[in-house]
Design a protein around this ligand. Structure first.
Ligand SMILES: Nc1ncnc2c1ncn2[C@@H]1O[C@H](COP(=O)(O)OP(=O)(O)OP(=O)(O)O)[C@@H](O)[C@H]1O
Ligand SMILES: [Mg+2]
Length: 478
């Protein structure tokens, strides 16, 4: 009979076309269901009953010609009785008649079947000789919840892909520039000026400073201010990689160099930095063997993978950072003196935060802007508490203290109580000393001014015009 076997998908919009009338049409509508059944038709019927989706076929008067088991179960009807009935007996607002009129398929449409069941369906016209002679209804999903679940999963996968991509990009590119380094203190301004000058040369730069002072920011900035800014910025944290893996990570390896080595071998981070910058963070943590190899690479600008025989040229600029005192490490024979002289030609020292107290309010404001869209203020008491604390963890510690305070504060003002107890405790102990101490008149006036301004801003919820009126000054003065 070949009715369904001859049907084909419409390439001009979705529709099912049947073979010419003479061959296909037997009992009015071409029927695998009403007339004689051959093996193929039986097979299709069984198939339609086995799939996990509903199928209903209607004729051009919207009468049901066929309903598969899935749909019958869903509707809770006897399908023998359903055949011949109008589709609207089951779906009062069915769009089958409109699809017959328009001849156009409706895909992924929402269809409500009683209050509890919400389906996603396709309505596809069946055409013969250009005329719509019926419609196939097909469920795509059993419910919108299923679609929503799928969309949610898709969205979360998409987000993960973006995250991984970003992670990958950030491994090979720098993100911070000198403008990202907040601070107007003499110490930080001089360090930035020096680093900017060094960036323009192609020599190795060593960035020194205690933990959390912003060494990584400087390394990124040097790369982006150099002629290599369009090349890769490859970062290796020498303290974070297990000692026995560091060499293969830095120098790469050839296939079969050691047990567990990848079949194809792997390029090392130094090779990846070709035409760019290699940032060796915590260079003081490189083990002795790797130090010797690194020195050879720096001198020859050639690299040999582990287990390899030939050396390849690499063109990279080294930026290194450390919080350790490399000179005393040399004395203890923990760091090679020759490597030290190789990397120590241009050094930038990033000062401790306690040595640049005046940067604290700027950094606090910067972090507040970064973490919260709310207009938040630090109360004068809290600010002077932050200015007095010695910050052993430097800017990183300040950043997490501010972030914590933001999550704890209910209003617009961050109070001392929102900050970690060690900071509060320190301020408490220091208060008696401060009470006895006398600060300059200018500093006292400016502290008082800050206090009045913060209070007024807090009282008006950050509204500049109202604050200015309240203080009796112009908005621009404010
Ligand atoms: N001047 C600055 N302006 C803005 N943010 C800063 C500044 N200095 C440091 N930070 C921020 O403080 C955190 C620590 O900075 P970074 O990672 O550069 O420190 P580090 O010196 O490399 O520390 P470690 O020695 O522990 O690796 C980061 O979140 C960084 O964005
Ligand atoms: Mg660092």
């Amino acid at each position: 009979m070949g009715v369904l076997a001859d049907s084909k998908a419409d390439t001009n919009g979705m529709a099912i076309h049947l073979a010419p009338r003479g061959r296909a049409q037997r009992n009015g509508f071409p029927g695998v269901f009403t007339g004689e059944l051959n093996d193929l038709a039986e097979l299709f019927k069984l198939t339609l009953d086995s799939v996990y989706s509903g199928t209903i076929v209607c004729d051009k008067h919207s009468r049901i010609l066929y309903m598969n088991r899935f749909y019958a179960d869903l509707l809770g009807v006897d399908r023998e009785e359903a055949v011949g009935r109008h589709i609207m007996d089951f779906f009062p607002s069915s769009r089958v008649p409109s699809v017959i009129d328009s001849g156009r398929a409706e895909l992924g449409a929402r269809c409500t079947l009683r209050a509890a069941i919400d389906l996603v369906v396709n309505r596809i016209p069946i055409k013969a000789d250009g005329e719509t002679i019926g419609v196939v209804l097909q469920t795509v999903f059993r419910s919108y919840t299923e679609v929503n679940e799928l969309m949610k999963r898709l969205n979360s996968l998409e987000k993960r892909v973006v995250q991984y991509k970003r992670g990958l990009d950030s491994m090979l590119s720098a993100t911070y520039t000198f403008d990202s380094i907040v601070g107007e203190s003499k110490g930080i301004v001089e360090a930035k000026q020096l680093a900017e000058k060094y960036a323009r040369t192609d020599a190795a730069v060593l960035i020194m400073g205690a933990t959390g002072t912003g060494k990584e920011l400087f390394a990124h900035s040097v790369h982006l201010a150099s002629d290599r800014r369009d090349g890769p910025f490859v970062c290796v944290n020498c303290a974070a990689i297990p000692r026995d893996l560091l060499e293969s990570e830095l120098f790469g390896y050839e296939a079969g160099a050691f047990t567990g080595a990848r079949q194809k071998g792997k390029a090392g981070k130094i090779e990846l930095a070709d035409r760019g910058t290699l940032f060796l963070d915590e260079i003081g943590d490189i083990p002795a063997n790797a130090q010797a190899k690194l020195l050879r690479v720096l001198e020859s600008k050639k690299i040999e993978r582990l287990g390899g025989v030939k050396a390849v040229s690499v063109d990279f600029r080294l930026v290194a950072a450390t919080h350790r005192d490399l000179k005393s490490m040399i004395k203890r024979e923990e760091f090679r003196e020759d490597l030290f002289y190789r990397v120590n030609t241009m050094t930038v020292e990033v000062p401790d935060l306690s040595a640049r107290e005046e940067d604290i309010p700027l950094l606090v404001e910067h972090f507040l802007d970064a973490v919260s869209e709310r207009r938040l203020y630090v109360s004068p008491e809290a600010l002077s508490m932050l200015e007095r604390y010695p910050w052993p963890g430097n800017v990183r510690e300040l950043r997490s203290a501010v972030e914590r305070a933001v999550t704890l504060a209910d209003g617009v003002e961050l109070e001392p109580a929102h900050f970690p107890t060690e900071i509060q405790g320190y301020a408490h102990n220091a208060v008696s000393v401060r009470e006895k101490g006398v600060q300059s008149l200018a500093k006292s006036i400016s502290t008082y001014e800050k206090e009045v301004l913060s209070k007024a801003l807090a009282a008006t919820g950050g509204n500049m015009s109202r604050t200015a009126r309240l203080l009796g000054i112009s908005r621009s003065t404010l």
